[in-house]
Design a binder for this molecule. Structure first.
Ligand SMILES: Cc1cc2nc3c(=O)[nH]c(=O)nc-3n(C[C@H](O)[C@H](O)[C@H](O)COP(=O)(O)OP(=O)(O)OC[C@H]3O[C@@H](n4cnc5c(N)ncnc54)[C@H](O)[C@@H]3O)c2cc1C
Length: 481
C-alpha cells in the first residue's frame, strides 16, 4: 500500500510544516532549528564558523593547481585528459564532437575516454579503480551499474541488474570499505561509507509506465511492487552487511555501505519518491545508521516543501531519512521547466545551499535527528566550500556524526575540486560516483559527460587542460617531475 495515502497526506498538510518550506526565508530556517543547535539561527549567507578552512579552488583554477591534481593520474589517463581538452577547446569543436559521438566506434571510445569517466567493465576492474582512487586520497566510491533505460530503451533485464548490483555490493563495496578501514591508517569514523546507486528505471521492464501510473493502473501497480521488491533485495544485502560489520567495528557511527536511489526526470519522480519511502520504512529504522539514501533535486521549485513532507512522513511512520541532494540533471529535457524548475540558476543555488546547510546542521547537532545521512552531490565549488565549513570547524572537531555527511563528485568531473577538498581542506568524506558496465551500455552516460564538460568549457577544460596535461606528460616522460 502506498505510504502516502490520501488521509495521511491530508493529516500532514493540516500542519503548518508542509506548507512552509524549511528554508525559504531566514525566519523559517529558525523555525526548523529551534533545538540545541547554536548555529541553527544563522542563515546560509551568514555562516560564521571558525576557523574557516582555506579557500577551495572553485571555478577559476590556476594552471599550477591544474597541474598539481593532474600529477595524480597515470600516462593513459593524462592522454585522455589531453583529448578531452582538445574536444572542449571551444563550443563549435565540442558541438561537432557531440554530433559525431554516436558514430564513433566503441573501441575508439574505450581507448580514448572511457577510463576517465567509467570505473571498468567488470567487478575486478572496478576494484582496481577503487585502489587507484584511494591512492589519490579518495577512500570510497558510489558505484553504479550503468545500463541506461530511461528513454524507452528497454534493453535491460531487471533480474540481471538486481543480481549484479547485489554482487557488486558483496564483491566491491564491502571488501573495499573494510580494506580502507583496516589499511588506510585513518580512524574508523574518518572512512566514508561505500555507496551503491540504484537507478529506478533499471529495476523493471518498462519501468517508466510503472513509475508514472502505479497509482491509477492495477497492472502498473503490480509492476511497481515488483520494482520495489527488486530494489529491496539489493538493500537487504546492504542492511545485513551493516549489521554484521557493526558487530565487528562497534565504534563506527555511520553505516559502512549505503544504497542510494537516483532521481530521474520529473514525470517519474512521484514513483521514485514512493519507492524511496517504502525502502526508508523497511530499512531506515530508528536508532540505527541509515541504510537507504533517496535523492532530492533542488532545482525543483517544490523541493523545499518536499523535504518538509519527507521529514513529516518519517516522523509519523517512525523511520529515518537518508538524503542525497543534487541540483538536478534533466533541466534541458524537462517539458514543464517553467513550472517545475526554479526560474534562475541563482534560485537553484540558494535553494541547494540552504538545503545542505539545513541537513548538515540537523545531522551534527540534533539529537535523534530524523535526517540521518547526507550526500552532498555536487561539483559546485561554493556549495562544497559551504558544506566543508559547516562540517569541519572548531565546534565539530570531536563530533563523529561528521561521518554521516559525504561530498561526492562524478568520476572524471571536477577532479581539481576533489583534489582541493582532500589536499587543501583535509576533508575525509569525499567519494567519487563510479559508473561501470559494458562500454556500449555506458555510451549515453558518456555523451552526457561530454555535454556537461561543454558547460564547463570556460573553466578548467579546453586549452588550459590541453596545456596542463601536455606539461605533466612532458615532464614525466623526460624525468623532470
Ligand atoms: C555524485 C553525484 C550524483 C548525482 N546523482 C544525480 C541524480 O540521481 N539525479 C539527477 O538528476 N542528477 C544527479 N547528479 C547530477 C546533478 O543533478 C547536477 O546535474 C550536476 O552535479 C551539476 O550541478 P552542480 O551541483 O555540480 O553545480 P553547478 O554546475 O553549479 O550547477 C549546474 C546545475 O544548476 C541547475 N541550473 C542551471 N541553470 C539553471 C537555471 N537557469 N535555472 C535553474 N537551475 C539551473 C541545473 O540543475 C544544473 O545541472 C549527480 C551528481 C553527482 C556529483
Amino acid at each position: 500500500m502506498s505510504l502516502v495515502n490520501r488521509s495521511s497526506l491530508r493529516g500532514i498538510r493540516a500542519t503548518s510544516l508542509v506548507r512552509i518550506s524549511p528554508f525559504s526565508t531566514s525566519r523559517l530556517v529558525r523555525q526548523f532549528h529551534d533545538t540545541t543547535n547554536k548555529q541553527s539561527t544563522t542563515t546560509v549567507n551568514n555562516v560564521k564558523l571558525t576557523p574557516t578552512p582555506p579557500s577551495i579552488q572553485s571555478n577559476s583554477l590556476s594552471v599550477k593547481a591544474q597541474t598539481e591534481y593532474l600529477k595524480t593520474f597515470d600516462y593513459k589517463e593524462l592522454i585522455s585528459f589531453f583529448i578531452i581538452g582538445l574536444a572542449t577547446l571551444n563550443k563549435p569543436i565540442l558541438n561537432l564532437c557531440i554530433k559525431a559521438f554516436p558514430y564513433v566506434p566503441i573501441s575508439v571510445i574505450k581507448a580514448l575516454v572511457y577510463r576517465i569517466y567509467c570505473g571498468g567493465e567488470t567487478i575486478n576492474e572496478v576494484q582496481e579503480t577503487g585502489e587507484k582512487l584511494s591512492k589519490r586520497g579518495i577512500n570510497n566510491m558510489m558505484i553504479s551499474l550503468t545500463i541506461e533505460a530511461c528513454n524507452g530503451n528497454d534493453n535491460i533485464d531487471p533480474e540481471y541488474i538486481a543480481r549484479e548490483t547485489s554482487k557488486s555490493v558483496e564483491n566491491i563495496l564491502i571488501p573495499h570499505t573494510v580494506k580502507m578501514i583496516e589499511e588506510s591508517g585513518k580512524s574508523i569514523n574518518d572512512i566514508p561509507a561505500g555507496y551503491v546507486a540504484l537507478k529506478p528505471t533499471g529495476f523493471a521492464k518498462d519501468a517508466v509506465s510503472a513509475l508514472k501510473y502505479f497509482k491509477s493502473d492495477p497492472v502498473q501497480a503490480e509492476k511497481f511492487n515488483d520494482l520495489v521488491a527488486k530494489s529491496a533485495s539489493v538493500i537487504q544485502t546492504i542492511y545485513d552487511a551493516n549489521k554484521s560489520l557493526a558487530e565487528k567495528y562497534p565504534e563506527r557511527v555511520a553505516p559502512f555501505v549505503v544504497g542510494v536511489i537516483d532521481a530521474e526526470k520529473f514525470e517519474l519522480q512521484e514513483g521514485v519518491y514512493e519507492l524511496q519511502r517504502r525502502l526508508y520504512q523497511q530499512f531506515n529504522k530508528l536508532n540505527e545508521p541509515v541504510t537507504v539514501v533517496g535523492t532530492l533535486q533542488m532545482y525543483l521549485s517544490g523541493s523545499a516543501d518536499l523535504l518538509a513532507l519527507e521529514e513529516q512522513l518519517a516522523q509519523k511512520n517512525n523511520y529515518r531519512l537518508g538524503l542525497k541532494l543534487v541540483r538536478g540533471a534533466y533541466i534541458h529535457s524537462e517539458k514543464d521547466r517553467a513550472t517545475v524548475i526554479h526560474k534562475t540558476k541563482e534560485d537553484t543555488d540558494n535553494n541547494y545551499n540552504k538545503g545542505i546547510s539545513y541537513c548538515i546542521d540537523n545531522i551534527l547537532n540534533k539529537k535523534d535527528s530524523t535526517i540521518g545521512h547526507l550526500v552532498v552531490a555536487s561539483h559546485n565549488g561554493d556549495s562544497l566550500k559551504l558544506a566543508s565549513e559547516r562540517l569541519y570547524n572548531e565546534l565539530t572537531i570531536s563530533n563523529p556524526e561528521k561521518n554521516n555527511v559525504c561530498l561526492g563528485q562524478l568520476l572524471g568531473m571536477a577532479d581539481s575540486i576533489t583534489y582541493d577538498l582532500i589536499k587543501s581542506l583535509n576533508i575525509n568524506n569525499v567519494i567519487k560516483y563510479v559508473p561501470w558496465g559494458p562500454p556500449l551500455e555506458t555510451k549515453e552516460y558518456l555523451l552526457r559527460r561530454l555535454e556537461e564538460n561543454g558547460d564547463a568549457v570556460k573553466n578548467d577544460n579546453g586549452w588550459p587542460l590541453v596545456k596542463a596535461s601536455a606539461s605533466v606528460l612532458f615532464k614525466r616522460l623526460f624525468g623532470l617531475a
